[in-house]
Design a protein around this ligand. Structure first.
Ligand code: HEM
Length: 160
């Protein structure tokens, strides 16, 4: 299972090229550069998400958003730190994807989360340069691909 999902991150089976060291560095450095703003970024992210995705708003109806912002910031920080350590990262992202299936998240919402999250991060950075935008888009696409695949497999395994 883990090996199969590792292939999502691998150049031979992914439509995009692997993340270059330069792109990983750009994501790490820009995320660190706005460390003081992480909670505000999370706040802006969910505000945008709820505007463009009413279903997400419903899913979070009973969620403590103070805790949720802290959780999403911690998870993003872990993911970004481990872009260079896929053996540690992949199982964490697989488990996250399975939990998201249980929350009732549907695949099309990953694009809406990308739009809201990258929009919030871009604003905090005072705008993306093209290179930084590409680096973030790729990191997000790879994470979302592993999460969606894990969710699909969990659902298929649960079907009698
Ligand atoms: C890269 C993408 C994403 C990341 C890193 C992420 C991260 C997280 C984290 C860390 C949690 C806390 C609970 C846990 O660890 O399981 C969480 C919960 C949740 N996320 Fe996400 N998420 C992502 C995508 C999405 C998408 C696409 C949706 C769709 C709307 C979504 C909706 C939810 C919901 C409904 C919860 C549960 C809230 C609750 O506990 O009440 N997430 N997410």
């Amino acid at each position: 299972m883990i090996e199969a999902s590792c292939r999502d991150w691998h150049p031979s089976t992914h439509a995009t090229r692997p993340m270059t060291p330069e792109r990983k560095r750009l994501v790490m450095e820009t995320w660190q550069s706005v460390a003081a703003d992480h909670d505000r970024i999370a706040s802006a992210f969910y505000e945008r998400l709820f505007e463009i995705d009413p279903h997400a708003h419903q899913l979070f109806a009973n969620t403590n958003m103070v805790d949720q912002r802290a959780k999403v910031v911690a998870m993003l920080t872990d993911i970004i730190r481990d872009l260079d350590h896929l053996e540690a990262l992949i199982p964490v992202v697989i488990a996250l994807g399975r939990r998201h299936k249980d929350y009732g998240v549907v695949d099309t919402e990953y694009d809406l989360v990308r739009e809201a999250l990258l929009g919030a991060i871009g604003d905090a950075l005072g705008g993306f340069t093209p290179d930084v935008r590409d680096a973030w888009e790729e990191a997000y696409a790879l994470t979302a691909a592993v999460m969606k695949r894990a969710g699909e497999r969990a659902a298929a395994a649960a079907t009698p």
